[in-house]
Design a protein around this ligand. Structure first.
Ligand SMILES: *[C@@H]1O[C@H](CO)[C@@H](O)[C@H](O)[C@H]1NC(C)=O
Ligand SMILES: *[C@@H]1O[C@H](CO)[C@@H](O)[C@H](O)[C@H]1NC(C)=O
Length: 293
């Protein structure tokens, strides 16, 4: 019994030693437990920045306003606050880049900018949340004020971003109406020229076009195929065949000359090995084989 106690006792001691040894370094890595201070000027500078997101972004004023702030914080707190300033400025900058993307810029640019802007917003949110357990009790209200403001800004900017997106969609819809008109009247070359513009702006233009051209007759399918055969490989004609083949399967019309032409072009896309269209074409070919007659 006493031997057992001895073992347990020395285990205890070892454990205590281990804790004691790790404690100082542990403290060093989280020195800022409720120690971070947010100065009044710091808060008001950040609030100003957040209130002025719609003002143009000015690279030259990047450091302005913060350099004279006196900083009685530990290095860890200072770097957190620094990160918040940087995040707010990055958010401002990326929001403006996004706003300046023009209607006729490629959708890939738009998507990229939107992604960047949204990830800056997440960064800022994250940094503010990380500061919650570290900020001094006296400044918790200030931090929460900041977080509420960020939420407010997030909602306001989301509206504006949504608006931009809606404008793009309206433009794409107007363009697709022209394309559809030209396909129907068999002006294939003109349709292709307009389609080039549309493909820049729309993720998936065929989802709009195909159902409005093909409503179930062989003649409509032929017009659609006349067009799809001329779409540049880089504008991803496979998307058009996917929608068309599915619609023809539903109508039980995947047959005859139209089916043969589609089959040939799917095979051409497979042979061309362009990006992920290759896999999509193989998948479509499988679907095609089980349904064509
Ligand atoms: C944060 O707390 C410190 C210390 O109490 C105080 O001097 C400072 O004004 C507070 N900051 C804000 C924004 O209230
Ligand atoms: C920011 O964080 C809050 C919770 O801390 C969350 O509800 C909100 O969705 C987040 N926003 C973004 C843009 O990540």
């Amino acid at each position: 019994m006493s031997a057992w106690n001895g073992v347990a006792g020395s285990r205890c001691l070892l454990l205590l030693l281990a804790v004691a040894c790790t404690l100082p370094s542990g403290i060093e890595s989280i020195p800022s437990r409720r120690q971070c201070l947010i100065a009044r000027d710091e808060l008001s500078n950040l609030m100003d920045l957040l209130n002025n997101m719609d003002e143009p972004y000015d690279e030259y004023s990047e450091q302005e306003g913060f350099e004279d702030l006196e900083d009685s914080n530990t290095p860890s707190c200072s770097s957190k606050l620094e990160k918040i300033r940087t995040s707010v400025k990055e958010l401002h900058k990326n929001y403006h880049v996004l706003k300046q993307i023009r209607q006729d810029d490629p959708i890939s640019n738009y998507r990229m900018s939107k992604y960047r802007y949204e990830s800056k917003l997440r960064d800022l949110n994250q940094t503010l949340s990380e500061l919650v357990p570290q900020v001094s009790n006296q400044n918790l209200t200030a931090l929460n004020q900041l977080r509420r403001k960020v939420k407010e800004v997030e909602i306001k900017l989301a509206k504006s971003v949504k608006n931009l997106q809606r404008q793009r969609e309206e433009t794409a819809l107007a363009l697709s109406t022209t394309v559809i008109e030209k396909i129907r009247t068999k002006s294939v070359d003109a349709a292709i020229a307009e389609f080039k513009e549309l493909a820049l702006r729309s993720e998936d233009p065929f989802r709009i076009i195909v159902p409005r051209v093909y409503r179930g007759t062989d003649d409509e399918a032929t017009k659609m195929i006349d067009f799809l055969e001329k779409v540049d490989f880089n504008d991803r004609p496979i998307g058009g065949y996917e929608v068309l083949v599915d619609a023809m399967i539903v109508q039980n019309k995947l047959e005859g000359e139209n089916a043969v032409r589609i089959l040939k072009h799917i095979q051409a896309i497979i042979m061309a090995r362009v990006g992920q269209q290759h896999e999509r074409a193989i998948a479509l070919l499988k679907r095609f084989r089980t349904k064509a007659h």
